[in-house]
Design a protein around this ligand. Structure first.
Ligand SMILES: *Cc1c(COP(=O)(O)O)cnc(C)c1O
Length: 367
């Protein structure tokens, strides 16, 4: 069996270092907001090329706390509109509605699955205040164009980088393009902790200061509460795990790109639509997503070949029960994407033999 994602094998590569780092935290007796979180924040800010990184409990909180902080700073108010692509993971949209802001769902580009300037421009209203580009499946959104739109319309940009750690345009990484960016370190993400974790990156020191306090009960000084905050902190143990794994992130991205380029050049089947990437640096291949009309038959075929597959995602957010009677837009492109996508295994620990097996299973699919 080729698993879709073998987290055991991924973390086993760094087993000794992870255990040593874990032991250090245990022996220190200090588990929340200490030197491991500070070190990881500094290293990850440097990796992304930004001035500030704030560790939080998960990727969702990174999105939600940023919007909350902007409300606190008077940059947003309830009812303001946030432009986001309709085919994202539901977390991006839940973070908007939790803050009583209005998600304006936009159809994505059918090749990149990301926002397009044309569709953003068509969705602008006098209430639009934020563009929330999700660098879906690991591919960075067209940030130069999005920045231009934001500048000429006085909008904020919040990047959702949960799937795209390290992707870049002209050597500027995701997380450094927007006014702020949200990262997830959920175990299965390209930079994964051994539990939940997340971070906000930003060059805005004022925003960083508010988010840091917001995630620590609104406290800047122990037992003094400036804001009505929440508890959303990155654990010392998870920060220590992430510092180990950050050292190997680029190496793992290299491996993912190598597998993607093999899939792109060796999968030859007219029934399969392969993914598109602008260039080598723009995509970090968190997921390798193909499109196929007769998805059920393909899933059967892969089951027989003993290869794991997943669908990201089977139901779009606007059709989830959670948002029953909430959205009224027609989103045919998004719905057709959700009905035809399949994610092939693409993990940095796959062997050449496994990669070849996936390719030949794709090529032998007859529909
Ligand atoms: C994983 C993910 C999130 C949420 O991250 P968590 O750490 O699971 O809270 C948000 N947006 C996208 C696009 C994601 O893939």
């Amino acid at each position: 069996m080729i698993p879709f994602l073998d987290l055991k094998k991924i973390n086993k590569q760094y087993r000794k270092e992870l255990i040593d780092a874990c032991r250090e935290v245990i022996d220190s007796g200090w588990f929340v907001l200490g030197k491991h979180v500070s070190k990881f924040e500094k290293d990850f800010a440097e990796y992304c090329g930004v001035n500030n990184c704030i560790g939080v409990a998960n990727g969702y909180d990174a999105l939600s706390l940023t919007l909350r902080a902007w409300k606190h700073l008077g940059k947003l108010k309830e009812g303001d509109e946030v432009i986001v692509q309709a085919n994202t993971y539901i977390a991006s949209i839940l973070a908007i509605t939790e803050n009583n802001l209005v998600p304006v769902l936009v159809e994505p580009d059918t090749d990149t699955f990301n926002l397009t300037t044309k569709n953003i421009l068509a969705s602008l209203t006098s209430k639009t205040k934020v563009i929330l580009p999700v660098h879906l499946y690991g591919q960075i959104s067209p940030m130069i164009e999005i920045k231009n739109i934001a500048e000429s319309n006085d909008l904020l940009i919040l990047e959702d980088c949960a799937q795209s750690h390290g992707s870049q345009i002209q050597s500027k990484k995701c997380g450094a393009w927007g006014d702020a960016a949200a990262f997830s370190f959920y175990p299965g993400k390209n930079l994964g902790a051994l539990g939940d974790g997340g971070a906000v990156t930003t060059n805005d020191l004022e925003l960083a200061t508010v988010i840091r306090a917001m995630g620590n009960y609104g406290s800047e000084k122990k037992y003094e509460n400036t804001y009505r905050g929440v508890n959303s902190r990155l654990d010392e143990i998870q920060a220590a795990m992430l510092s180990v794994k950050l050292k190997y992130l680029d190496q793992e991205l290299f491996k993912r790109r190598d597998i993607a380029s093999k899939y792109l050049s060796e999968i030859k089947n007219s029934l399969i639509q392969l993914p598109f990437s602008e260039n080598e640096h723009s995509h970090v291949w968190h997921l390798f997503v193909i499109r196929i009309e007769n998805r059920e038959l393909f899933i059967e075929h892969f089951k027989k070949s003993k290869i794991g597959l997943l669908i990201h995602y089977p139901i779009p957010p606007h059709l989830q029960l959670a948002y029953l009677n909430f959205f009224s837009q027609e989103l045919p492109i998004t719905e057709s994407i959700h009905n035809s996508v399949i994610s092939l295994p693409i993990s940095p620990v796959m062997t050449d033999r496994e990669i070849k097996k996936v390719i030949s299973a794709c090529n032998s699919f007859k529909g």
